[in-house]
Ligand binder design. Structure first.
Ligand code: CP3
Length: 353
């Protein structure tokens, strides 16, 4: 039987007034959980991603433990790259590594288009299973072309993205071909997740903050736009997030987002002023705050809510993913705090009207 699914997150994404602010956390499934660490002793991370039963179990755990208002599919942005013919592994404490990086036109031409049913059936199976059992919406996701390209070109995590930028500026035709292939892949991948039942999608352009606004507009935005606009008719909210993107927020909005995710470096009210009223805003508690005593967590969470100012269209989240050292109980208390504080606020408002 289908569970009755909460629509709190969906209404906030549409900027409707809600009785309380929805909360979920990027990386709400991961190493901070003893159960996850235990599972990881027996299974590799990509193995979990490719086994629907395990991916579903890991996806569901934080929903039950923390009381968050959404689930995010347990997977990784590199999972569909393997299907395009890229040999990728994830190194503990480091991230995705590609031994044979994509550096020239012939490398780009080797990238195959994605056929989701054939290439990533396990992802779609996990989504179909999860939407049958969850009572909160499931967020599907993909990496955005720039962030994926940065792993492909650098061969791993990078600080300066020097090779990526050298290709982008030095061989613009090769760059465009790479970005076009990646955007076609991501669009097909997200469409398939939506067809399988994902109620919201998030496009992670985690590392695009490395670009200046003008380079963003020329070399990254058109490709993110082709994905987000390609999903416009799908009827699901589109969240668009990146780190250190204070100067790119309006561009990320214009690429076609319904919700723009903000990291903690930009105060939420400043971000909202920049973005204007046409989009919802997600964020933005500094994840490192959660390693501090509860008083500090409380103060910083209250500050985020004060800056949101009771405006409709706030989705509470961290400014980036949960850190592995985070005490699970702090996350649980944070969900409770945001729910209680915003419920009181909306009741006060209703009484005053
Ligand atoms: O709960 C969730 O958020 C869903 C799971 C999820 C993972 N990766 C699992 C994972 C999501 C949404 C991602 C997306 C992802 N992967 C992004 C975009 C989001 C972001 O954080 O900016 C990026 C840039 C990646 C690439 C990647 N994969 C990195 C940087 C790392 C961490 C490396 C490390 O060890 O610190 C990974 C590995 C990874 N993906 C882990 C998890 C839970 C780490 C734990 C493990 O190895 O089991």
């Amino acid at each position: 039987m289908l569970a009755r699914v909460s629509d709190l997150l969906l209404r906030a994404c549409r900027r409707e007034r809600t009785e309380r602010t929805p909360v979920w956390f990027m990386r709400q499934a991961g190493r901070y959980q003893p159960e996850y660490r235990e599972l990881r002793e027996r299974h590799g991370i990509l193995e979990i991603c490719r086994t629907p039963e395990l991916a579903a179990e890991v996806t569901e755990l934080p929903v039950r433990q923390l009381g968050v208002d959404a689930a995010i599919l347990f997977s990784d942005i590199v999972v569909p790259l393997a299907a395009m013919g890229i040999d990728v592994r994830i190194e503990e404490g480091r991230g995705p590594v590609i031994d044979d990086p994509v550096r020239d036109r012939s490398d780009v031409e080797r990238l195959r288009p994605l056929e989701p049913d054939v290439d990533v059936p396990f992802v779609l199976e996990a989504v179909r299973h999860l939407v049958r059992i969850l009572d909160v919406p499931l967020i599907g996701f993909a990496g955005a072309p720039f962030t994926l390209a940065s792993y492909l070109v650098e061969g791993g995590p990078s600080r300066h993205f020097a090779r990526t930028k050298a290709l982008m500026l030095g061989e613009p035709a090769t760059w465009r071909s790479l970005m076009e292939r990646l955007s076609a892949m991501v669009l097909a991948y997200l469409r398939a997740q939506i067809e399988a039942g994902a109620a919201v999608v998030q496009l992670f352009d985690s590392w695009v903050g490395a670009l200046s606004p003008s380079d963003y507009e020329e070399f990254a935005l058109p490709y993110s736009r082709s994905i987000l606009e390609g999903l416009a008719g799908a009827g699901v909210p589109r969240i668009h997030f990146g780190v250190e993107t204070g100067e790119l927020l309006t561009g990320m909005r214009d690429a076609g987002a319904d919700v723009v995710g903000v990291d903690w470096r930009t105060p939420l009210d400043d971000a909202w002023d920049r973005l204007g009223p046409s989009v919802a805003v997600q964020g933005n508690l500094d994840p490192a705050t959660l390693l501090a005593p509860w008083d500090a967590v409380e103060g910083h969470a209250a500050d985020v809510l004060r800056r949101a100012g009771g405006r409709p269209g706030h989705v509470f989240n961290l400014g980036h993913g949960v850190l592995p050292q985070t005490p699970p109980d702090t996350l649980r208390r944070l969900v409770e705090l945001v729910h209680a504080a915003t419920e009181r606020e909306s009741q006060r408002e209703a009484a005053g009207r």
